[in-house]
Design a protein around this ligand. Structure first.
Ligand code: COA
Length: 159
């Protein structure tokens, strides 16, 4: 039998420890249904964006992720983060309606920012739908300002 150090014995136990309530960690496959449910509840889904595909894409690469925090065993808040090689971007910042105003939204953004900064991001950006002006003050409280840029886009064929 080979000798096992105390650190080696503890490692599997620590790795399996569940995240504490309010702690943002990368989601697993087991979280996906609750994450999508939260995004629908928060009005963040659109017919042209399949949330399951968005999650799969974000989890597939090294430069993107979906972070979530739990409350009472349920997914309560999320943020998707992605580094495009130039800027870090935030998407799907969401907090369950009954838990808003308790700092979870700020914590989601802070956690996603930290994730992006750790991957080299020097500036974090996000898009707010023009119909969602009420959220602008939330981002303002977190230091985000209007970058006075129009966002243009078009769909491209992938095959
Ligand atoms: C926007 C959202 C994530 C905020 O979550 P939250 O948990 O209520 O936010 P917090 O409690 O962390 O608030 C952080 C700060 O923003 C302020 N704030 C939060 N929502 C606000 C609002 N609608 N208007 C003005 N200020 C707001 C808080 O007062 C707080 O200020 P302070 O820290 O200086 O006291 C949440 O309302 C939500 O999920 N909305 C629906 C989804 C959405 O629109 N997401 C953004 C897509 S771009």
């Amino acid at each position: 039998m080979s000798a096992v150090s105390e650190g080696e014995q503890l490692a599997p136990v620590l790795a399996a420890a569940p995240a504490a309530d309010g702690e943002f960690v990368e989601i697993t496959d087991a979280d996906i249904e609750q994450v999508v449910e939260l995004w629908k509840t928060c009005g963040l889904t659109r017919p042209w964006n399949d949330p399951y595909v968005d999650i799969a894409d974000a989890l597939a690469g090294e430069g993107s992720t979906v972070l979530a925090a739990r409350a009472g065993g349920r997914v309560a808040a999320t943020a998707m983060a992605g580094h495009d090689g130039h800027r870090g971007w935030l998407y799907y910042v969401a907090v369950a309606p009954e838990l808003r105003g308790t700092g979870l939204g700020r914590s989601a953004v802070v956690a996603a920012e930290a994730w992006l900064v750790a991957r080299g991001a020097r500036k974090i950006q996000l898009m707010v739908r023009t119909a969602n002006t009420e959220v602008l003050d939330f981002y303002g409280r977190l230091g985000y300002t209007d970058q006075e840029c129009a966002v243009l886009g078009r769909w491209v064929e992938s095959d």
